[in-house]
Design a protein around this ligand. Sequence first.
Ligand SMILES: [Zn+2]
Ligand SMILES: [Zn+2]
Length: 278
Amino acid sequence: MNFNKMEPIVLSSSDLYEYFQCANEGGMRYSSKTDTLLLITKSSGTSSLKKNFYADKWDETHSRFYFTGEGRIGDQKLTRQNKRLAEYLTNTTRLLLFEQNAANSYIFYGEVILDGNFEKSMQPDSNGQMRMVYLFPLKIIGNMDQDFLIKKQGNINLLSIHELKKKVSQESDISKFIKQKKLPQRIARSPYVVELARRLADGICQLCKKNAPFISKDNKPFLEVHHNEWLSEGGSDIIENAIALCPNCHRKIHNLRDQKDIDICKKSIESYNLSSNS
Ligand SMILES: [Zn+2]
Ligand SMILES: [Zn+2]
């Protein structure tokens, strides 16, 4: 599967457990601690590994991956992780795609979105009987392709600040993973960090301390979210590194990189109340 030219990132089962705190078994591993769903397909024809039971496949153009839902006997049901995946656009879970190519070896493809509605198909079950399965179309996203942010935005707007804080703290393990494995292109910026930084700023630029210049179409004060330590220079996509700025200040800080401005941003960040009880 040669869909990108980057060096493969290979993780072990214990890496998966350490970073995501997910179960050790199964093709769909959900972790409530990090609110991520790991989707694991198996390479076909690897001698050290049993053949993939499910007929997962790429489409002709290699732009979409059809991932088969869970359930080995009889018709699959829209419960558990199948349900969570089907409801991707209205829940807060993030999806990460892996290919298991040996007993303890998982190639990380990147963050994926559910790219359209699931389809129904027929595949044999573990007794060899044909039965109905769900096929979920997935698309790998990168930093430049953040359509899912917009799709999920409606849902993010509905989260209380308490829920946002909880979500952002759940994601800190993912941020750690991204940083340690140096993965900026393979995972999208967290939409939750962006939204929380805006909510904490409450319509006020955190550098010049003036009101946002206008109210945007979606009825929110227009502020941009900046990473104080730049992502391109190894900064983390965590709330402790994110700050909402007016467009002028955002330009200024990128253009001048004035240490005084950076320090003001740092101070603002230190004054965040991140306790999820408030
Ligand atoms: Zn400003
Ligand atoms: Zn910036």
